[in-house]
Design a protein around this ligand. Structure first.
Ligand code: NAI
Ligand code: MG
Length: 357
């Protein structure tokens, strides 16, 4: 029997509430399958921890996380702790420290999920965004000169290495080839005359090795317009760290909202653990009331199962989410229901158990 060791970092706000439901689903899957199991260890890190201890995670935190098969993260963010501290000292520390250079975000309109776009039906939005996750605009490079003086200058430098750019683009081509889907690169070569010209060049270069993959290239502003006006034209999408961050929130908005959006931070070589998370924040406005939607958190569990090679279970979890959405009997308020977080988790487990093999 394989046992997967999962480091659980519930974090702040609704983080712990939604992760509990994902764990429930993982346990149900393991019980139904019978050939693998999960072992969970919870780490109390986050902003509330920061307020007590002056740090987002323990000094030996990365060392301790290293031995796990995966990290399951809720959300970090708490009033009183600046967002750049919570982001850089926990989330980005893990993404960068464990070289999780692929951020995989499915943008898929499931049956029963609300879509604000007129006339768009389930299945008509079905893309997978491959976001560069280790450098680019979020490399943290720059300077702050003459702070507070009239001549104050700040520099925020985008870092696009050949290695970093090639590997994410190659990953996307591989995915497109494997799935037989089209690949769209989103960049901004007209205005960002170094980084994005380089990006476009690498996209074309690597593409020579994948003649069978049909490709498109869009500027990010045009792509944003098409996300709304014609999302069906996108299948696999590859883009930079910043553009991917923004576009996937837009993607979430057209496929049911933040309560349904999941993301995987992958170290494809598996040298380090990969991290799975709902992409929403700690939602302080609704925390502690058991009304947070756990479906994003459960969707990220489906991504975790895929990554472990249990794609059959990954699909079944997604199918169970879709069944719960379609039935509409038990949904949280963000999806127009009056169900509680725990009840939605139970409903997904019930659908899983009721599925035909
Ligand atoms: P947010 O994602 O927490 O909330 C945005 C809106 O979506 C809110 O109205 C919230 O109620 C709603 N929402 C979010 N998750 C939901 C869920 N599961 N079910 C139902 N509704 C949900 O973003 P916001 O308000 O900008 O940030 C709040 C805090 O979270 C900040 O401190 C921010 O830095 C942090 N944050 C953390 C992230 C992470 O840990 N990955 C990502 C984004 C924000
Ligand atoms: Mg974001």
């Amino acid at each position: 029997m394989t046992t997967y060791k999962i480091a659980v970092i519930p974090g702040d706000g609704v983080g712990p509430e939604v992760l509990a439901e994902g764990i429930k689903v993982l346990q149900a899957v393991a019980a139904m399958d019978g050939t693998f199991s999960f072992e969970f260890e919870t780490f109390p890190w986050g902003c509330e921890y920061y307020l007590k201890h002056g740090k987002m995670m323990d000094e030996d935190g990365m060392e301790r996380l290293k031995s796990f098969d995966a990290i399951y993260l809720g959300a970090v963010g708490f009033p009183g702790v600046p967002d750049h501290i919570s982001l850089w000292d926990l989330l980005l520390k893990i993404r960068k420290g464990f070289d999780q250079y692929i951020n995989l975000r499915p943008i898929q309109l499931l049956q029963g999920a609300p879509c604000p776009l007129a006339g768009v039906k389930a299945g008509e939005i079905d893309m997978l965004v491959v976001r560069e996750n280790s450098e680019g605009e979020y490399a943290g490079a720059g300077d702050w000169l003459f702070k507070g003086k009239p001549e104050e200058v700040v520099l925020q430098t985008g870092v696009f290495s050949r290695k970093g750019t090639e590997r994410v683009i190659r990953y996307a081509y591989e995915l497109a080839r494997k799935t037989g889907k089209t690949l769209t690169s989103i960049s901004k070569g007209n205005a960002l005359n170094y980084s994005m010209v380089f990006w476009d060049q690498v996209f074309a270069e690597v593409g020579k090795e994948y003649p069978e993959v049909k490709t498109y290239s869009y500027l990010v502003d045009a792509a944003s317009m098409f996300f709304v006006k014609d999302p069906g034209r996108f299948q696999i999408v590859v883009t930079s760290n910043l553009f991917g961050d923004i576009l996937t929130d837009l993607g979430a908005a057209i496929t049911g909202g933040m309560g349904l959006a999941a993301g995987a931070n992958l170290n494809p070589e598996r040298t380090y653990p990969s991290m799975f998370e709902p992409i929403h924040g700690s939602a302080p406005d609704i925390a502690g009331r058991s009304i947070a939607n756990p479906l994003a958190s459960i969707w990220s569990v489906s991504q975790m199962l895929d990554f472990f090679g249990h794609e059959k279970w990954g699909r079944r979890v997604l199918q169970a989410i879709e069944n719960v959405l379609q039935e509409k009997a038990c949904l949280t308020p963000d999806l127009g229901g009056s169900g509680k977080t725990q009840e939605v988790g139970d409903a997904v487990v019930a659908k899983l158990s009721g599925q035909q093999e």
